[in-house]
Design a binder for this molecule. Sequence first.
Ligand code: MSP
Length: 506
Amino acid sequence: MTVRCITTPIYYLNGAPHLGHVYTTIAADVLARYWRLAGAQVKFLTGTDEHGQKVAQAAEAAGETPQAFTDRMSALFLDMTKKINSSHDVFLRTTEKRHHEAAQALWKKLEEADQIYESTYAGWYAVRDEAYVDEAEVKDGKAPSGAPVEWMEESSYFFRLSDWERPLLDYYEANPKALAPIGRRNEVLSFIKGGLRDLSISRTKFTWGVAVPGSSQHVMYVWIDALTNYLTALGYPDIEGEDFKTFWPESIHLLGKDILRFHAVYWPAFLMAAGLTPPKRIFAHGWLVHDGEKMSKSLGNAVDPFQLIETYGLDAVRYFLMREVVFGQDGSYSEAAMVQRINSDLANDLGNLAQRVLSFIYKNAGGKIPQPHEFSEEDREMLARAAHLHDTLRDDMEVQALQAYCVHIWEVVADANRYVDAQKPWSLKKSAEAEDQLRMATVLYVLCEVIRHVAVYVQPLMPEAAAKMLDQLGQEERTFESLQEPLKPGTALVEPVPLFPRIEKV
Ligand code: MSP
């Protein structure tokens, strides 16, 4: 049985969700839905990262207690997941008791393995990134990310990250697929080769965090706490539990390139040190760029996803984000590009194909999936192209090539539109020859079969629109497996309505 555990990063609560957050969650949702339809056993994890100095400061600025503030802000993120039709299985908050217990259990494992020691930390810290910054990387009081840094000097526990240089390199060498895309992998490897220093993993200057076991003064550094969420959600420390045993070995972490180092260096080191296996795969996607800069709350250039959904519809926004940007690279967002995609790919290509074929059958060809007669060479080729999607799309999803997934489906849509133009079922209808009527039925059958394949594979991208398309086709079976059986003639169509109206503005 295929098993997949797909995760998003857990989101900081210092501001409302923006399009950048929505992007990762939709990508994870598309993968989770795909694998479920492929018959896999799937766990999809998301949630909110609620501790740390940044969140504590945001709560203070809002005049609220951290607990009240995080309750309110986490609800916004939960609401966001609902508005984008996220099919996650777990929404984890790091303020939950089970998470405190899991983080403390991991800490104790590291302590038992002699991987933690107490010393003093003196150095630069970027609160906005919740990251330590090397002296050499600080320029004009800022981290390379542009976040302001502050000098920190305090008693701290350290993790022996320096012990893990060799094991990490060996691990990535032995597991070439564990880190993608390739450019990011190279970056991480050269960072590790540059030498790893022990990592400060506790703080004493504030209290909003998971308490370090056995210490009344220290709370855990927010990243060790946050990364543990992936384990908590699977029942850690119960590593013999069903969820943990089934899903942890199949975990795929999706995350933005800005937090790759935490996931690809610190996290596997913590895990190996605690006797656990690293995640099976880490995939770093790029940034959505707006006006030339990373979209972010702090830069004030973030796009409100809810506004977009309101204007263009959820499925169009989901499709746009997956199709417009190569997953793994940066992509620029603009409303004009969005309108262009909706009009060309959705209204003209897919919408028009479904609409003209289905309403023709509904109104002029009996309202049922026609009975095909002899297939011509062209028919067989068209059917073969649709059938071939099965393997092509699986290959895409195995490597999280979400844009390629869209492109490959739309190639078949374009083929089908060309096929309609060449076969001209409407002209055949007008013919008095009985043979032409049989030919028309065959052509329309082929088109229905192609539309069914396309709609089934579009489900992960646009769940609602695909469901409507399959309703119109009268299809109840919607898994990939169900496509192995040829489309049954005679099934009544439901009156087709246009699914993707053209947008006339911009
Ligand atoms: N809390 C940490 C993650 C801890 S995971 C153990 C965090 N949170 S975040 O809210 O700042 O970012 C969450 C995710 O959103 C990251 O993967 C980040 O890359 C992504 N994005 C934030 N802005 C983005 C864009 N403008 N474009 C694409 N993704 C972006 O980091």
